[in-house]
Design a protein around this ligand. Structure first.
Ligand SMILES: *[C@@H]1O[C@H](CO)[C@@H](O)[C@H](O)[C@H]1NC(C)=O
Ligand SMILES: *[C@@H]1O[C@H](CO)[C@@H](O)[C@H](O)[C@H]1NC(C)=O
Ligand SMILES: *[C@@H]1O[C@H](CO)[C@@H](O)[C@H](O)[C@H]1NC(C)=O
Ligand SMILES: *[C@@H]1O[C@H](CO)[C@@H](O)[C@H](O)[C@H]1NC(C)=O
Ligand SMILES: *[C@@H]1O[C@H](CO)[C@@H](O)[C@H](O)[C@H]1NC(C)=O
Ligand SMILES: *[C@@H]1O[C@H](CO)[C@@H](O)[C@H](O)[C@H]1NC(C)=O
Ligand SMILES: *[C@@H]1O[C@H](CO)[C@@H](O)[C@H](O)[C@H]1NC(C)=O
Ligand SMILES: *[C@@H]1O[C@H](CO)[C@@H](O)[C@H](O)[C@H]1NC(C)=O
Ligand SMILES: *[C@@H]1O[C@H](CO)[C@@H](O)[C@H](O)[C@H]1NC(C)=O
Ligand SMILES: *[C@@H]1O[C@H](CO)[C@@H](O)[C@H](O)[C@H]1NC(C)=O
Length: 825
């Protein structure tokens, strides 16, 4: 196919524009090549025109869009170059493509356009590699452009743009645009410093970039005419909003933006800074999600405070998280600008690893109100966002085809085929994960590092949460928290957790177990002590337990259930943050301990609390929640010795409360506390928790663990041992010697009755948790009455107020069991 000679003369032609309003920047180079067209009079706007590049037009396919430069194309079946002589300096290079069927290719039937691809280079950068406009575009929007930023170096004459078709392929181009830009728009050396693997990385003008997204956040589309003289397009951000939470857009039409030397008027048009998105009332964050490839990205955030109420420092402070990492702990726009209406931009770098995951990759960006600065307004703000892909090491920006969908295309996410991801980044391909780092040195992090040197995090706390089960989770750690109820409890950033634990410093450890470690830390500017449980991703306690715990605990609030403050599931970490329990676990105070032994009444009070917590699980919620791992190490004690049931990782949400059906499930729980009937039948009911609680009752009474060695070192099951002792009427011999003389005899008898009843072999024999609660309260009353030397003991138990209907009659509950009748106390 013959090519018509290029008219190179136009390339030197520089159009001087006379725009109605003078833009802030007047580009020296404004070159618009309408490829394949012989018409140099197609206006762009005003008196800016597309230039022809030929004297004879190329043929076109059907349904050609009416607008230049898409109306014509130049088609290449072999390598072809556009040498464009221009001044040195950074340039926008925009390539326009219309993925049509071009008619003069009919002659060459062997072309399958879907398989046709080509490479585009400019000077020594590979911009597009094995690129197919057909696979990149969508049928509903076959026209698009790609924007690159390249600096013509001092030893270069201009830009030499070369199209090279792959074998058995053709290449085409509809339009080429070259616009010069201010030297320091994106490559200002004093600002641009990316820390990559903790090494500063200068973004030099020898770097090339591809614009992937340029958004007028919270505002409307901004066309090339409204830009600052750089012919950029700013798109709406709506379709990138994560999770449909659109926040609240603000538009301050009457505000006049006060550009500064730091943020000159050409940075972004006023309309970008006068529109923004803020968090909607009742929502937690602003978040966007961008389809993206692996590679190195450069992000520019544009901020301008335009809300009338936000005029002071420290009132709106927010965190910025990019991908997996926290970019800012406390961003305060007014702090940066000192006044409202002053625009500011901040740049970050991030590496998105090629983790071998097939399918779509996303760069998710979120802005949360600061948790650590306790700002006056729980809000965050963003006005504009630009995302560029950087050339890193191989003078190439090209990714495997198809590339992430370019700016102009509509809603559909990019079609990803499963071709191998680009090899071009193999040099740094071994780097996994994402690094987000500040580019600007002068950044604010108000937070003074709080070095927790707390003497209470000592050995006595060493089992804040014990190794909690012998279970084997079959689920694999997913690391993904997509279905976690982030609206119900706080979502902590890994950065924050690292911050408060001094990067998981051992001196912060207050507990260790098979699941991982528990750390003590302070959040909310040191106001709140928390226990941070970091699940070991390789432990058997997998992601399922992590999720269950969050799902159950985030919906429940009860005096006797441990409070989950939040969680963190970044970067394959599974971290749970709880209220800190000063007094550790119940077991810490029973056996093998240096703690002074608990008084009998304290023990009763703790047990009543724990029983109330469990009763709430069984009856206080819509669905029965079966804890499945009731034991003394899962009963925690706060500073006032209030019992809190913890560790819901194995819990099951059963049928609706009140029904008697069961859940069939794999048997899980802790050795020695496990209901034998559940073990045999594999059928889980809330009565299995009752059994385990019976074991706890004996643990507390005897100060022995559920399984302990006897004098001849044979492992003894506490439950069986206690039952036998009761039968043999030798219970007093097994009571914790520390309780000597403390327990009123009637009290011991009643207490043992309850415990034995809980350990009933048949689950129908076992009382409900509500029964256990009021029986224990009765025991307490007996004890107090005795201690007060009141001989007028209540004739009947005093029932807890919350029991509805007739209180159960003692004999109905505790009759007929051999175990019970044989107790002598
Ligand atoms: C690129 O940046 C260097 C400073 O790092 C500067 O000396 C040089 O002039 C710049 N080149 C162009 C073409 O702007
Ligand atoms: C090319 O093919 C299309 C349909 O396949 C047809 O409509 C068109 O006329 C053809 N053009 C030429 C020049 O053969
Ligand atoms: C090219 O791809 C499009 C969509 O991916 C498909 O509809 C079409 O049939 C393909 N054409 C050929 C010739 O493979
Ligand atoms: C432009 O680049 C191509 C391919 O690298 C090369 O063959 C050609 O000579 C270059 N042209 C100029 C004017 O530098
Ligand atoms: C959006 O902001 C306006 C003004 O601040 C407020 O009245 C409105 O309730 C907000 N809407 C939502 C959904 O938060
Ligand atoms: C946000 O909601 C709270 C209560 O839900 C209300 O007190 C406050 O006025 C609301 N703020 C705005 C700006 O609507
Ligand atoms: C990121 O966004 C994608 C798509 O919107 C979503 O599937 C994914 O779960 C998000 N990742 C995180 C960590 O939120
Ligand atoms: C904002 O907070 C920082 C750190 O907490 C403090 O140094 C600064 O003085 C505060 N500024 C104002 C205006 O309150
Ligand atoms: C650099 O890119 C070329 C193709 O442009 C490729 O063949 C080569 O393997 C790449 N080198 C590295 C180190 O990635
Ligand atoms: C987050 O980190 C994980 C593990 O390091 C990695 O596989 C994933 O690609 C990262 N997410 C993003 C958006 O880069």
């Amino acid at each position: 196919m013959p090519f018509f000679p290029l008219l190179l003369s136009f390339l030197l032609h520089i159009i001087t524009t006379a725009l109605s309003t003078t833009p802030p920047y007047n580009a020296i180079d404004q070159i618009f090549i309408n490829c394949g067209s012989d018409d140099s009079n197609t206006p762009i706007y005003s008196n800016l025109f597309w230039e022809s590049d030929t004297s004879e037009p190329e043929e076109q396919g059907p349904s050609v869009p009416n607008s230049a430069p898409y109306r014509t194309a130049r088609i290449f079946q072999s390598q072809f170059s556009y040498p464009v002589p221009i001044e040195t300096g950074p340039k926008f290079l925009r390539l326009y493509f219309y993925a049509a069927t071009y008619s003069n290719l009919n002659k060459s039937v062997f072309f399958n356009k879907n398989e046709s691809s080509f490479t585009v280079t400019a000077n020594d950068f590979t911009l597009l590699s094995n690129f197919s406009p057909y696979l990149t575009s969508t049928p509903s929007k076959p026209t698009f452009n790609k924007e690159f930023i390249i600096t013509v170096q001092d030893d270069q004459d201009g830009l030499n743009i070369t199209f090279s078709p792959s074998p058995k392929s053709y290449a085409f181009i509809n339009g080429i645009e070259i616009v010069s830009m201010p030297d320091n728009l994106y490559f200002a050396d004093e600002y641009v410093r990316i820390k990559f693997l903790n090494q500063p990385h200068d973004l030099k003008n020898t770097t090339a970039m591809e614009t992937l997204y340029r958004l007028n956040v919270g505002g409307a589309y901004v066309g090339i005419k409204e830009d600052t003289g750089l012919f950029r397009e700013w798109y709406q951000d709506d379709k990138y909003i994560f999770d449909g939470d659109f926040g609240n857009t603000t538009h301050a039409a009457d505000v006049s933006i006060k550009y500064t030397e730091r943020t000159p008027a050409y940075t972004a048009p006023e309309i970008v800074y006068t529109t923004s998105r803020v968090i909607a009332n009742g929502s937690k964050s602003l978040a966007w999600s961008f389809p993206i490839d692996s590679g190195f990205y450069y992000l520019r955030f544009h901020f301008c405070e335009i809300q009338q109420e936000n005029t002071n420092q420290n009132e709106t402070v927010f965190k910025i998280s990019i991908g997996n990492q926290t970019a800012e702990i406390g961003a305060d726009v007014i702090y940066l600008t000192s006044d409202p209406e002053i625009p500011y931009f901040r740049d970050y770098g991030t590496w998105v690893g090629d983790d071998g995951c097939r399918g779509e990759k996303y760069l998710n960006i979120s802005l949360f109100p600061s948790l650590t600065h306790l700002p006056k307004y729980s809000n965050s703000l963003l006005n504009g966002l630009e995302i560029f892909k950087l050339h890193v090491s191989n003078r190439s920006l090209a990714a495997a085809d198809p590339e992430p969908i370019p700016l102009a295309l509509d809603n559909k996410p990019p079609k990803k085929n499963s071709k191998e991801s680009t090899l071009l980044y193999s040099v740094i391909g071994s780097v996994t994960g994402v690094l987000v780092v500040l580019l600007f040195i002068s950044f604010l992090i108000f937070q003074l590092r709080r070095r927790v040197k707390d003497s209470s995090s000592n050995a006595t706390m060493s089992s804040w949460i014990p190794p909690s089960s012998t279970s084997k989770s079959t689920s694999k750690t997913s690391g993904s928290g997509s279905s976690l109820p982030s609206d119900l409890c706080r979502h902590f950033l890994l950065e924050e957790i690292k911050f408060v634990t001094d990067n998981f410093n051992d001196s912060f450890v207050i507990g260790r177990g098979g699941f991982g470690n528990v750390y003590k830390g302070y959040i909310d500017n040191g106001a709140t002590a928390v226990a941070i449980k970091r699940l070991n991703p390789s432990s058997n306690q997998g992601a399922r337990e992590f999720k269950t715990e969050i799902q159950i605990l985030s919906t429940l609030r009860h005096l006797h259930l441990v409070s989950l403050i939040g969680y963190c599931d970044e970067n394959c970490e599974m971290i749970l943050v709880y209220d800190y329990m000063l007094n550790g676990t119940l077991r810490d105070h029973l056996c093998k301990t240096e703690n002074s032994p608990l008084q009998w009444k304290n023990r009763l009070q703790i047990l009543i609390g724990a029983a109330r917590g469990l009763d709430y699980l069984h009856t206080g919620t819509k669905h029965v929640i079966i804890h499945r791992d009731v034991k003394s190490t899962n009963i925690l004690l706060d500073e006032k010795w209030v019992a809190k049931v913890s560790d819901f990782g194995l819990s099951k949400i059963g049928p609706t409360a009140g029904t008697t059906s069961h859940v069939s499930t794999e048997v899980k729980g802790s050795f020695g506390c496990l209901d034998p009937e559940y073990y045999k039948s594999q059928q889980l009911t809330h009565k299995s928790d009752i059994y385990s609680f019976g074991v706890v009752l004996f643990e507390v009474l005897c100060a022995r663990p559920p399984i302990f060695p006897d004098t001849s070192n044979i492992q003894v099951n506490l439950a069986e041992w206690a039952k036998i002792s009761c039968k043999k009427e030798t219970l007093e011999q097994i009571v914790d010697p520390n309780l000597q003389g403390q327990i009123a005899p009637e009290c011991l008898s009643k207490y043992a009755e309850i415990a034995i009843r809980c350990l009933g072999d048949n689950r129908t024999e076992r009382p409900s948790m509500s029964d256990v609660v009021w029986r224990l309260e009765y025991v307490m009353q007996l004890q107090e009455a005795t201690e007060n030397r009141k001989n007028d003991l209540p004739m009947f138990p005093l029932y807890p107020l919350f029991l509805e209907g007739q209180p159960p009659v003692t004999n109905e509950i505790f009759s007929g069991s051999e175990d019970v009748t044989s107790v002598r106390c």
